[in-house]
Design a protein around this ligand. Sequence first.
Ligand code: BDR
Ligand code: CA
Length: 316
Amino acid sequence: PTRLIVDTDTAGDDTQALVLAACSDRVALEGVTICAGNVPFEYQIENAKYTLDLAGADEVPVYEGAREPLEKDHEFAEYIHGEGGLGGDLFPETGIPSAEAHAVDFIVETARENPGEITLACIAPLTNVALAFEREPDLPELLNEVVIMGGAVNTLGNITPAAEYNFWVDPDAAAVVMDAFETTLIDWGLTLRDSTFDTDVFEAVEVMDTPLADFYLTVTEAVRAFNRQSDHDALGADVTTQPDSLAIATVLEPDIVEAASTYYVAVDDREGMTRGYSLVDELSVTDREAKTRVIESVDGDRFERLLLDAFRHGDP
Ligand code: BDR
Ligand code: CA
């Protein structure tokens, strides 16, 4: 199995990414690292622990990381995910202690001790990863693969017209990481195109009647309500997107990817209207090295099956 670390800002879709990773025998989930993002930090820690526990993976250590972006003021996205990040319900604390090491130390040490072995899936702002790179400049070569959910490639942003949330919240970190690492990018546009679930899927999940299926419905309720009020064509109905679990799906089943191209991608780290914008040099008009593999299409039906199959995990 692929040895995996997941870096998360645990809101609803992050929890489903953790469920996928925890329930698959294709990956060995070696640790979950928490980064400042969607909701207040203590919620993110508890949400990760609750999810791992529910998925039967309470032995996976949770490492606490950066509590603030590198430079910018922190902005939460609780208005989308509900108070606490899981649809507005606050779940009971598990009592599971966090691992002692800082998330950044864990990422650096694990990569150093296992060169070429570790895949890092980043489904949060990239603060922890940028700090790890600062600590260990050879990190890009020490890791097997870096998969990132972030950016909006030639499409609308979800937090501003120009930017996707993870890149926007800490654009300084995103700029550092996109410049330094060869990465695989799952952007907001791909999420909209190939990971949107609608009423048919929700009904299929409802009849499953398993603890993980019920958990999915609970944690996505706030996002469904938020989207129902949207005027946008792709949203504006009873739908959810699953950006973070889509990123994990490409690790579990790489051949779910139908099309991808490698480009130079840069991130605007300035304040202003285009803060967090992901600039993609599709026509190679710069001489900058193309090292971001942008996933352009995935098999959405397979993705749906993969996620729904995970909901049966551990059900007697
Ligand atoms: C990303 O931001 C968060 O709201 C989601 O968890 C996902 O990682 C989508 O823009
Ligand atoms: Ca996330």
